[in-house]
Unconditional design. Sequence first.
Length: 164
Amino acid sequence: MKTIVLYYSRTRKTAKVAKTIAEEIGADSIEIIDIKDRMGAIRYLTSAIDALRENKTNIKPEKIDLTGYDLIYIGTPTWGGKPAPAIITMIDRCDLKNKNVILFSTMGNSGGENAINRMKEKIEARGGRTVNSFTLKTGKIELDNLSTETKRILEEMDLKDKGI
């Protein structure tokens, strides 16, 4: 089974989780880049508004060919209880028909389940199947410790070998 991890990360925490998953399960990975500058306090606030409104954004790569992948992990930070605009845009551009998807959301404190549920709705509307999901509170975890916590979740959910 060929697997890929797709993710967006503003603060590098979601990236750390995604890269750990890819390393642990031997998957390919692609970081989705939001062309819009979202760094800094004011830009973060406008980014949260974009997420709440589900505004689309310009991303790189513009489109991802998922042909040949049987399992797709999609990861996002949680902004205002919603997925990041880059992930919403990416999901809307991907052909997910008959693809198995595992969703993950990082969050400072709360809202991760809401972000997961919204991604699940969008994926299933495009013919994909959400087969598993998890959230990870990263607010009080140092970047260096995220790998350990991610490995614990993979083991606990039996995602390391099966994925499903």
